[in-house]
Design a protein around this ligand. Structure first.
Ligand code: ADP
Ligand code: MG
Length: 486
């Protein structure tokens, strides 16, 4: 653990490189299916394997997905895109090179606002988002002497999202990744699954003296398979590099690998044995030109973004930040909530239903909101019944809601009538009940009038009993107060 003193002496600086696998049906440059979890080496055409004489072809959907990411981050979209070959030898790279964007990324700059623990917002600038293809996968199976290789993943479309070195703590890195995952899922361009490798992150870490005008030498850490492990790896490097600086040892630019079991990193390669990738323009692909028309058609498919919905929920619906955060976290939940809100103005009640009974049902049943048995309009009707005083909230949540979960054709009102839950909220018929309760409790009324206001609860209890639980508490309280105070 670092001492407070050392923590205050040095500044941590982090930049992230996030690879997101795009959810296209086919690969980046070939028609092979883009699927995870298939039998090894079954999704490998001659194009993916780079056989001589084969020609790659750009996947239009993948380009559109990359543009969507850029639009969501306010990046500048490059109109004239060329691909390059990055040459290197590795067993999982069937062609001997990777097709990527070297000089001109499809999205330049941009921003990703993140929310910090204290509720404040910080903007992380993007350097770029570029398109490339994934490599295959080497497999080191238990009990096997040989390393096996599965090329199914080779040619999977990727975007690489590169931040500026704007991140200052492991928590900010975690928050940034959370935001990116939320974004790609909202955009439907990546499933955001880190365990399956759909989202992968390398962390560039350096440390400098506080107030220094130049960043320190950075190391790049790889092989973290969860957001938490990215944060752990950064904190480990933070402490390790400060240790080096304090001991007067020079920090060297290197690539390190993270070991989740120990929470430590180890050197993989240094800059000295840096590859010369001999980049050159891919001769088999013509440039991808994004016309004004194409860009507009992509713009037209952009969904509402999580932070836009969050702001709407807070500013327009007047919801607490906590509610707005939970409800805008996943697109399908946010859209479902929006549908209730198109049918009711009681947004807080709608939020309470979503955050309480609906969410717990989904969790218990391990259900997706699309398979939730109650439609948003039906829930809006139930909210209206409670608001009109026809049924109590308790009756709605404990009696009617469980009936609705059975997905019958019956309306909330019909259920309320069948179960005899309609409240007496008519003043005219409630007043005689209240009067008779007061008449029967003359001495208590006198005590109340002499100051024992706490007796109100007891009167309410009696009214409830006499009305067989059907008195609308709001109306009953109003009549009780009127009669007792006069
Ligand atoms: P390289 O040429 O080594 O690939 P880049 O300038 O392309 O370096 O940056 C790669 C990533 O490293 C980016 O995410 C960037 O923000 C980050 N980065 C650059 N310099 C530093 C630094 N001194 N400390 C931490 N991160 C850095
Ligand atoms: Mg670089």
């Amino acid at each position: 653990m670092l001492s407070e003193e050392l923590r205050n002496k040095y500044q941590l600086v982090v930049g992230l490189e996030v690879h997101a696998q795009l959810l296209t049906e086919s690969k980046m440059f070939a028609a092979d299916a883009n699927q995870y979890g298939q039998s090894p080496n079954t999704l490998i055409s001659v194009i993916t394997l780079g056989h001589p004489g084969t020609l790659p072809k750009v996947n239009k959907k993948a380009v559109e997905f990359a543009v969507k990411m850029g639009l969501a981050c306010d990046s500048e979209i490059t109109r004239y895109n060329i691909f390059s070959r990055k040459n290197y030898f590795y067993p999982d790279l069937p062609k001997g090179y990777q097709i990527t964007q070297d000089k001109g990324p499809i999205c330049i700059g941009g921003v990703v606002p993140i929310e910090l623990a204290d509720g404040t917002e910080k903007v992380i600038r993007l350097n770029r988002v570029h398109m490339e293809e994934d490599a295959g996968k080497s497999m080191h199976l238990v009990g096997e002497v040989d390393t096996l290789v599965d090329f199914n993943r080779a040619g999977t479309p990727l975007v690489e999202i590169v931040t500026e070195p704007d991140i200052r703590t492991p928590e900010e890195a975690y928050a940034f990744l959370t935001e990116i995952k939320k974004l790609v899922k909202y955009l439907d361009i990546c499933d955001g699954n880190m365990e399956e490798g759909s989202l992968r992150c390398d962390a560039n870490v350096s440390v400098m003296l506080k107030g220094a005008s130049e960043y320190g030498k950075k190391v790049e850490v790889k092989n973290m398979n969860s957001f938490r492990n990215v944060a752990r790896a950064i904190e480990h490097e933070h402490e390790r590099i400060i240790g080096l600086l304090e001991a007067g040892v020079e920090v060297i630019s290197e690539t390190r690998t993270f070991d989740a079991a120990t929470g430590t990193t180890a050197s993989m390669r240094t800059k000295e044995d840096l590859n010369d990738y001999r980049y050159f323009p891919e001769p088999d692909l013509s440039p991808v030109v994004i016309s004004e028309e194409w860009l507009h058609s992509i713009q037209a498919t952009m969904p509402a973004l999580p932070r836009e919905l969050y702001r709407k929920f807070v500013d327009v619906y007047g919801l607490p930040a906590l509610d707005a955060g939970v409800l805008s976290d996943a697109k399908e939940i946010a859209l479902w909530f929006e549908e209730i809100c198109s049918k009711t103005n009681n947004y807080k009640a709608a939020s309470n239903w979503m955050m309480g009974p609906v969410k717990s049902y989904l969790n218990e049943q391990v259900l997706h909101i699309d398979d939730f048995p109650i439609k948003p309009t039906i829930l809006a009707e139930l909210i209206a019944l409670v608001d009109a005083g026809k049924v109590s909230f308790t009756a709605a949540s404990q009696k009617i809601y469980p009936e609705l979960l059975k997905a019958t054709e019956e309306s909330s009102l019909a259920i309320a009538q069948r179960l005899n839950l309609i409240q007496e909220s008519d003043e005219g018929s409630l007043k005689p009940i209240v009067e008779s309760v007061l008449a029967e409790n003359g001495s208590k009324v006198a005590e109340y009038k002499s100051g024992k206001k706490g007796l109100m609860g007891m009167f309410m209890g009696e009214v409830m009993k006499k009305s067989k639980g059907k008195a609308d508490p709001k109306v009953a309280t109003k009549i009780l107060t009127e009669l007792l105070e006069n």
